[in-house]
Design a protein around this ligand. Structure first.
Ligand SMILES: N[C@@H](CCC(=O)N[C@@H](CS)C(=O)NCC(=O)O)C(=O)O
Length: 260
């Protein structure tokens, strides 16, 4: 039993792995931070060709990144990829040393994913914060105001759960930090584009965590990538190229839907 597991582990190491990812994607950033923190080498980061277009969905039905490609076989969903990487590269572990510690880490990672990143993602879609020259202010749209309220509510919940030693929990980098860092980057940088002041500074433990974790080398690396992605996106919006891309994407999707 043990032997066959060891063999499988070595076999995994021989596979060619690619992570389809872009700088600005918070879900991809979560997996990239994990890869940096674990020191995994040999995973190539690749831009997803036709991303957003029906052609991309033909290959990857969920149509979202990150996707981990292992010799052409693919795994979607950041959390699933993260757990897979922990299984095939157990050391250094970004999980707990007991089931209860691991459950706590997963709870914080889930809070970041579902209640922070996902709400920020929907808010940015509804306001056009990352797609239009003149986004709709959240206060002018009841739904986006509600999403911004959800983000604040969940940051306040996080405030009661977050570690006070510069890490999300356990005094070291875990999968919780990998999910929280991109989430807080979006709260800090995307909410203001939608006309909402970032609430982080008023939420004491989250603010202290945010000030400390951004100095961690793996977090810092991913934050540089996220900022670079945001600057590139701003430039594409400024030049009008991004709106053209969104229009082409919508038209292509309508055509594909009509053929279904
Ligand atoms: N639940 C997914 C969310 C992934 C996701 O929404 N990715 C965005 C980029 S950050 C995406 O690919 N969006 C493309 C689309 O919505 O068409 C995960 O955890 O991986």
């Amino acid at each position: 039993m043990k032997l066959s597991y060891a063999f499988e582990e070595r076999a995994e190491d021989r596979h060619i792995m690619k992570l389809y990812s872009v700088d600005l994607s918070p879900y991809s950033a979560r997996v990239r931070m994990q890869i940096y923190a674990k020191g995994i080498s040999g995973i190539v980061f690749e831009l997803p060709e036709h991303w957003g277009m029906p052609k991309f969905r033909e290959r990857f039905p969920i149509g979202r990144i990150p996707v981990l490609d292992i010799d052409g076989d693919t795994i979607a969903e950041s959390e699933v990829i993260a757990e897979y990487l922990e299984e095939i590269h157990p050391e250094p572990s970004l999980l707990g040393t007991t089931p209860r510690e691991t459950a706590y880490i997963r709870m914080l990672a889930r809070l970041a994913d579902i209640y922070i990143i996902n709400n920020m993602f929907m808010l940015s879609r509804h306001t056009g914060a990352l797609s239009r020259r003149t986004p709709t202010a959240a206060r002018d749209n009841g739904f986006t105001e509600q999403l911004a309220g959800e983000v604040v509510r969940n940051l306040k919940a996080l405030d009661k759960l977050i570690g006070k030693d510069g890490f999300a929990c356990r005094g070291r980098i875990t999968l919780a930090d990998c999910a929280l860092v991109p989430g807080l980057f979006f709260v800090e940088n995307v909410l203001p584009i939608a006309g909402v002041d970032t609430p982080i500074s008023a939420i004491a433990n989250v603010a202290a965590y945010w000030a400390a974790i951004r100095k961690n080398e793996h977090a810092a690396k991913v934050l540089i990538e996220l900022r670079r992605g945001l600057e590139e996106r701003r430039e594409r919006i400024r030049s009008g190229e991004f709106e053209q891309f969104v229009a082409a994407r919508t038209a292509a999707q309508k055509e594909a839907d009509a053929q279904d």
